[in-house]
Write a protein that binds this ligand. Structure first.
Ligand code: UDP
Ligand code: MG
Length: 313
């Protein structure tokens, strides 16, 4: 029997791109006819006709499976759900907008079957077509997180990745709620081959990521993969104590030598404000960690399925 590949496709309001996606993917599956495929679409609480399209696809092709969430849980939850349901010897995650070219699958498959890798990952080497401000902040994010985190988080890495069972099972062991796949992939280890490609713009529809969403996601990444900001807070506190000690000695000595002309109200006020600001800033950081711990402890499910065509076993 041929080996089975599971393709996991998170979809959020993708009615416009799905027809293009399906056309290109079926072409690739035809080309790789030495393999069996299952395509698991995860409808992440779409508000457009995505689910209708998926139902129709499933009716017309037995390789199509779908899960539909009860609301929008986010791409990370959708990927996890799809991978959890994958039965394949290999599984790949792919975006529905063709920004992850299905044509690369063949090369990825070769890497995991013939070249001894456990996963084949992709990174785009350009950010062509992206707003420059967004590229700038994205670059900065990767610089910062890589300085602080132990696992490597590759700049430009996509979630588009083919993995073998061993890799997949390890990934599914990580049941955390605050999922940051770019880090989780690195965290599980194993051997990964990186394939590079030029950025492709989405075929249709619009990106689901606002600047604010991306910002929150980047905080999630930092909190999930490093506690360096906490160390930084202690360090900063220590430094300020030292400064305070020195200035106290300075003031006492000055008083003894020159008497005490009261002056410097403005500088005192700004010092107090500055220190208050730093304290609030780091309290915010502590709060982030605490909030993440809180969501983990509640232990809610990562997603809730409202409808699917999987037979419950
Ligand atoms: N997506 C999702 N849930 C969300 C947001 C996005 O399942 O809440 C899916 C989306 O349908 C697409 C993929 O994740 O298949 C990547 O989203 P998008 O193309 O909007 O992101 P970008 O490529 O701009 O980073
Ligand atoms: Mg996209």
């Amino acid at each position: 029997m041929a080996e089975l590949i599971s393709l996991v496709v998170p979809c959020y309001n993708e009615e416009q791109s799905l027809p293009y996606f399906w056309k290109e993917t079926t072409a690739v599956m035809r080309q790789m006819d030495y393999l069996d495929f299952e395509v698991i679409f995860v409808d992440d609480g779409s508000r457009d006709k995505t689910l209708e399209i998926l139902r129709a696809l499933a009716a017309s092709d037995s390789r199509v499976k779908y899960l539909s969430f009860s609301r929008n849980f986010g791409k990370e939850a959708a990927m996890y759900a799809g991978l959890e349901h994958a039965k394949g010897d290999y599984a790949a995650v792919m975006d529905a907008d063709l920004q992850d070219p299905p044509a690369l699958l063949e090369e990825m498959y070769r890497a995991v079957t013939q070249e001894g890798y456990d996963s084949a990952a992709t990174r785009r080497v350009t950010r062509k077509g992206e707003p420059p401000i967004r590229s700038f902040f994205a670059r900065m994010f990767y610089k910062i997180i890589n300085k602080m985190a132990d696992v490597e988080i590759v700049d430009g890495a996509r979630d588009f990745r083919l993995m073998n069972r061993k890799f997949l099972n390890a990934l599914l062991e990580l049941k955390e709620r605050n999922r940051f796949s770019k880090g989780l992939f690195g965290w599980v280890g194993f051997k990964t081959k990186w394939l590079e490609f030029e950025n492709v713009e989405r075929v249709a529809g619009e990106t689901k990521w606002s600047f604010w969403k991306l910002f929150k996601y980047s905080i999630e990444g930092i909190v999930a993969f490093t506690t360096t900001p906490l160390t930084l807070a202690s360090f900063m506190g220590f430094l300020l104590c030292m400064v305070a000690l020195c200035s106290t000695v300075f003031i006492v000595v000055r008083k003894l030598l020159f008497g005490d002309p009261v002056s410097g109200w403005a500088s005192t006020a700004s010092i107090i404000t500055f220190i208050g600001g730093i304290q609030l800033f780091f309290m915010g950081i502590f709060g982030q960690y605490l909030a993440k711990a809180y969501t983990e402890i509640k232990n809610r499910p990562i997603y809730i399925v409202a409808e699917s065509n999987f037979q419950e076993e």
